[in-house]
Write a protein that binds this ligand. Structure first.
Ligand code: FES
Length: 614
């Protein structure tokens, strides 16, 4: 393997330090980050890379007992110091009380943040064995978690305090037994006892996620492995005129430079519409569109090769505003219209409903792009052996991935395997294709394993987002607060490609009435291409955009009618016997009224003295 110093030209320096209670010495490039040294030279992959700029805390380690983000520390800075990673917490095969408490408290989901979170908590408990809840919050404030929710994590730290004090020893003993069972489950991978409903269980994968043993795609290493990179567009809209890869190919250490011409099969992927180029062949549709791929002996060589690729473009004016995009004479992103889908929903007679209303409110709403910000950036590793392509990846959609890789490589599905590695959060954002086809293509051409891991910037640029929406909504009610009619229209911005957009617009249209019984409804939704980032699936799938509208309308109506926000909801919630916006008769399992009442009871408890606002 080519060493970093061969690229940087710097002499390696020898450093010695205590790593997980053992004295170690190593020669490193002085520009190497502590994070990389721990992961590459010591194979301590419990140290995770999430953002590379010290913001997410996934790479937290302890230096002389202090929690530090290792992406911001150079390796030589730990010379003579004491470094602890998650792998150093177990003693004599026994979990640290914090690791045990995270398992027992259900404080582990995807697990990508878990090692850093546990170490941040350890730094706290070592200097303050009796922290307050506020102390715990402060200690973990530099560590982001996108899945578990902080309540469970705070509870885990509080539980660890009890374990360290020797309290809850009975529970802990039981929990140790549970952990033993868990170890067995992890080894056997199959349990006879699948009767878990109504029981409090511990996650099968919690143990390896608290010890750093869980392997995410970025943690996997293969013999003879290459590193892949993607050249991406820096402009939002352009015609691709020419790509010259000659200079990049001549760089020592470069093993492949691929453009659209090298794709053996289809050059379009997509969940619902196949409109997304694997590599741009004609038109760039947003900043971040992929233009070329490189595989090289090191990440640094691959990056330099990207800079040597010459791309000739004819820039076009971009369309970034959906109201502009739907005009007939607008700039077109693909084809001769930017409108991908129009969805209509009509129930009853909306005009009649407004005639029977004593009060009508009409408002305009706008929501923005939202990024999923899973803490683990996308990663995939491709390998090509004996005519079979295998891809290990961070994904939520391996069967879809497999079909797309097979189409792009023009191979039968039986010759393509896609294996989901531990996946560090997704929230809908890892349903789309990311690294899978790139890793497969590069492995196919180089006949060597190739790993592609996105930087945080690249992930943010390339991944899908929540659809921004512009929604007009008019709602009518009687003076008693009974909803009579709703009329809405909306435009959702799906950006450069459709992804799950046709499904998302359907959900926004259908859910704009919320959990309320409205006899007369008219809704029209447009899904529109722009040169913005691609929007796709994200937690709630089009419903949150609708929810902000229907709930705001209810509050405004309540205020106008002089009744409480609770009362107007209570008078209109769906019940057994109600018809939904799509005229579905609800006969059972309609939980909104009980939920509303329970929420109000809880709110009363929490808002003592403020009951008037309910
Ligand atoms: Fe914390 Fe997934 S469990 S980021």
């Amino acid at each position: 393997m080519v060493k970093l110093m061969e690229v940087t030209g710097l002499e390696e320096v020898k450093i010695s330090f205590i790593l997980n209670d053992e004295s170690v010495s190593v020669e490193v490039d002085p520009r190497k980050r502590l994070l990389d040294m721990l992961r590459e030279d010591f194979l301590l992959t419990g140290v995770k890379e999430g953002c590379s700029v010290g913001e997410c805390g996934a790479c937290t380690v302890l230096i002389d007992g202090r929690a530090v983000t290792s992406c911001l520390v150079l390796a030589p800075q730990v010379n003579g110091h004491r470094v602890t990673t998650i792998e150093g917490l177990q003693k004599n095969g026994e979990l640290h009380p914090l690791q045990q408490a995270f398992i027992d408290s259900g404080a582990v989901q995807c697990g990508f943040c878990t090692p850093g979170m546990i170490l941040a908590a350890k730094a706290l408990l070592d200097r303050n064995p009796h922290p307050t809840r506020e102390d715990i919050k402060t200690a973990i404030s530099g560590n982001l978690c996108r899945c578990t929710g902080y309540e469970k994590i705070i509870k885990a730290v509080e539980t660890a305090v009890k374990y360290l004090e020797g309290k809850d020893e009975n529970n802990r003993t039981n929990d140790r037994k549970k952990t033993e069972t868990l170890k067995k489950l992890t080894e056997e991978a199959i349990s006879d006892d699948i009767r878990v409903i109504g029981k409090s269980i511990i996650r099968k994968d919690a143990l390896k996620k608290t010890t750093g043993e869980a392997l995410f795609a970025g943690d996997m290493r293969f013999e003879n492995m290459l590193y892949g990179k993607v050249l991406r567009s820096q402009v939002p809209h352009a015609i691709l005129k020419n790509i010259d890869t000659t200079d990049a190919k001549s760089l020592p250490g470069v093993k492949a430079v691929l453009t659209y011409k090298d794709i053996p099969g289809a050059n379009r992927v997509g969940i619902i519409l196949k409109d997304e180029p694997v590599l741009v062949d004609h038109k760039i549709a947003h900043i971040g569109d992929p233009i070329a791929l490189v595989a090289a002996e090191t990440q640094e060589i691959a990056e330099e090769a990207l800079e040597r690729i010459k791309v000739e473009l004819e820039e076009l004016p971009p369309v970034v505003d959906v109201k502009e995009a739907i005009k007939e004479d607008s700039v077109k992103v693909h084809g001769d219209t930017n409108i991908i889908a129009i969805k209509n929903l009509i129930k009853g007679d909306v005009e009649e409903g407004f005639r029977k209303s004593d009060i009508i409110v009409e408002n305009h709403y706008k929501t923005n792009f939202v990024s999923h910000m899973f803490i683990e950036p996308e990663c995939g590793i491709g390998s090509y052996e004996n005519g079979v392509i295998t891809v290990w990846c961070s994904s939520q959609n391996v069967h879809f991935d497999r079909a797309e890789v097979a189409r792009v490589l023009n191979m039968p599905r039986s010759k393509v395997r896609v294996i989901q590695a531990e996946t560090g959060g997704g929230f809908g954002g890892k349903l789309d294709i990311s690294t899978q086809c790139y890793a497969a293509l590069l492995a196919y051409y180089t006949k060597r394993p190739v790993k592609i891991i996105y930087s945080r910037v690249e992930s943010t640029m390339a991944s899908s987002k929540r659809h921004p929406a512009i929604i007009r909504c008019k709602t009518g009610a009687t003076k008693e607060g009974k909803l009579m009619a709703l009329d809405a229209d909306m435009i959702l911005d799906t950006g450069a490609y459709a992804s799950y957009g046709p499904g998302v617009i359907t959900r926004t249209v259908v859910h704009i009435t919320g959990p309320y019984d409205i006899p007369n409804v008219k809704v029209k939704g447009h899904l529109v291409y722009t040169n913005n980032p691609m929007a796709g699936a994200m937690r709630g799938f089009g419903v949150p955009q609708a929810a902000i509208v229907h709930e705001s309308q209810m509050d405004i109506l309540a205020k106008e009618l002089g009744i409480s926000p609770y009362e107007i909801r209570k008078r209109n919630v769906l019940k057994p016997g109600s018809y939904t916006a799509t005229n579905q008769l609800l006969t059972s399992s309609v939980g909104i009224e009980k939920t509303l009442d329970a929420a109000v009871e809880k709110a009363k408890e929490m808002l003592k003295g403020w009951e008037g606002i309910l």
